[in-house]
Design a protein around this ligand. Sequence first.
Ligand code: SF4
Length: 125
Amino acid sequence: MVGAGKTTIEQTTLRLVAKAGEKGILQSKLCKKIAVDSRRVSQIMARLESKRMIKREREMHNGRWTYRVVAEIKPPEFRNPKVGSLIGVPCASCKEDDKCSTTGIITPEKCDSLTRWLMKLAAAA
Ligand code: SF4
């Protein structure tokens, strides 16, 4: 079940990753920006990664390993920050969130809600 706090943190995280554009953002920096401990951020990242909404690559930063996080989904609003944010992404408030992954019972590839959302964004571009 998706709680309100989790939804807010995921939305904020997605928005920050999207805003970072193609160069992405360090996961360690995300932890500071959203003021959440690194374990919780790792859980959020793993969930978003399993839905192919982000991708991560290991990177050494200031002598420590972290990840560079880049948005995988690139709807038009990512390219035009004036259009808005990821607040409307259905995954952020989805009750099936815990069951959904690329290898799960429910997959983003077969999700009507996500497809409709992406098509609506594409139409608005
Ligand atoms: S079922 Fe659809 S809306 Fe829900 S988390 Fe998966 S892709 Fe997102």
